[in-house]
Design a protein around this ligand. Structure first.
Ligand code: GAR
Length: 211
């Protein structure tokens, strides 16, 4: 059975959904850089091994990433899932696990890479916002895209309402992307991901919806 390690920094709702989803894989560990990450408690109560690699215990990014990489490698994972993991990873780390790291980002990449995506989407007046699952490469938030979900931005949205609408879709697309990975259906070709699957009729998403 394939082995997954999940990395979190905080709440861990994506991790929680993955722990509650039937996957053809074992989630062998949840690792956090943050001792007070709320998700650690849930993982423990679900019987999953947890580990802390606190970035504050390391002098620089390189030594932290080396320790994090060693902690991950000890579990021999087939896949590393970043689920609200808020540290920028070094090129050495990413190369060490090349093609085996997925991330979820709360925007329709390449728009709004980085932080504060919901506030920036509201400031820009976009009508569609969303989330992206992508393979992690050294270019921050720019790896090959596996799947995206778009949601409308509504006139009375604030950051919290918009974030909640996006998060609901994160919980749908992340398990889907991981299932495809586990089934061996994702092929990385340059900056593209090819999905070996029959497409259902694609429907356009328009917001606001014309009457
Ligand atoms: C999610 O919205 C995820 O997309 C985002 O952090 C949140 C974590 O929530 N990730 C990033 O911003 C990565 N750059 P969760 O801890 O409840 O899964």
């Amino acid at each position: 059975m394939k082995r997954i390690v999940i990395l979190i920094s905080g709440r861990g709702s994506n991790m929680q959904v993955l722990l509650e989803t039937k996957l053809d894989a074992q989630i062998v560990a949840v690792i956090s850089n943050n001792p007070s990450a709320r998700g650690l408690q849930f993982a423990r109560s679900a019987g999953v091994e947890t580990k802390l690699v606190n970035h504050r215990d390391y002098a620089d990014r390189t030594s932290f990433d080396k320790a994090l990489g060693d902690a991950i490698a000890a579990y021999s994972p087939d896949l590393i899932v970043l689920a609200g993991f808020m540290r920028i990873l070094t090129e050495q780390f990413i190369k060490r696990f090349s093609g085996r790291i997925l991330n979820i980002h709360p925007s329709l990449l390449p728009a709004f890479s980085g932080l504060d995506t919901h506030r920036r989407a509201l400031d820009e007046g976009v009508k569609l916002h969303g989330c992206t699952v992508h393979f992690v490469t050294p270019a921050l938030d720019h790896g090959p895209i596996v799947i995206q979900a778009a949601v409308p931005v509504l006139p009375d949205d604030d950051e919290e309402r918009l974030a909640a609408r996006v998060l609901q879709q994160e919980h749908v697309v992340y398990p889907q992307a991981i299932r495809w990975f586990l089934e061996g259906r994702l092929a990385i070709e340059g900056n593209h991901v090819r999905l070996s699957a029959a497409w259902r009729n694609p429907v356009p998403i328009i917001s606001p919806l014309p009457k």
